[in-house]
Design a protein around this ligand. Sequence first.
Ligand SMILES: [Zn+2]
Length: 336
Amino acid sequence: MDAVAGPDRMLNPATRLLWRSNNCLQLELGDRAVVVDGPAARSVRRLAGRRSPTDTGPATGTAVLRALADAGFLWPRPAPDGEDRLTPPVPRLAAELAALSARRGEGAAEVLSARRFTSVLVHGSGRAGPHVAALLAAAGVGRVSLREPGPVRLHHGVPGGVLPGDEGRSLAAATADAVLRAAPETATETLPPDEPADLVVLAEDKPADPDHRDVLHRQRRAHLVVQLAAGHGVVGPLVIPGLSSCLRCADLHRLDRDPAWTALAVQLSVRRTRRAPGEVALESVIAGLATQQALAFLDGEQPAAIDGTLEQHPPDWRIRRRSWPVHPDCDCQSGR
Ligand SMILES: [Zn+2]
């Protein structure tokens, strides 16, 4: 029997099966949909375990099933005594795995398992930092920590992040608690210096410190900027040193447009200690967006924040992408 049409295949569990008529099936997987008509529809129905008592004819439509397998709609069926490829690393991640399977097909379990071995270090006292840390852990990232010497301030408290009751505690310790509330199996200790994190999230609601920026570049550490301000939130750029534009590139572009940018950046770097602006709904959108970009990078996909920023300005509902290509006067591509 053909391996594709045979009993060793099953429908990707994330597939929705809809009947358009008695002989016509519509299969939906993520944002993709295909319609299977005629005899092949019977074979698909068998794969879904919905064989009817009168359905005794031979399986047909092998070419259709092969196309469905190539498109990720069909998966290998686990052997009775073999490892179930649909089992997530921890039960809590079953929904994450099902959603990933819509995009990554048979490779979804491998992608999710690989997240267990990734690490993210969040830097800074930005309001979104603890929330991003908790979301990454909830999505299966194995080690997440926040490095920031300061305390929790009341404005840090957001659903999913640190709590209003954490005010005055160490922000790093309160973030670790937020991470463990979301994903108890996550490691929250910071990695030793000789084991760099796979991604650094710079959650400072101000321009990145030039010295820290340069250190990250020299050490070839990928970093993602997340910033919240009054009236807008920004995710990006995501810098992969030597392979993408960098934060200095973005500064040089700003300087091209505004000769006073350097003076403005210095003033913007002064940390606000009270009355920091922040809309909780915007923070939620930006934390989610930053987490998506970080996961795309960790999963080996192509995040839109590389060479660009993703920005939201309430009450506008759209997320706009601004491009920040490599600046011709920056030396970030010369292996500095
Ligand atoms: Zn650059």
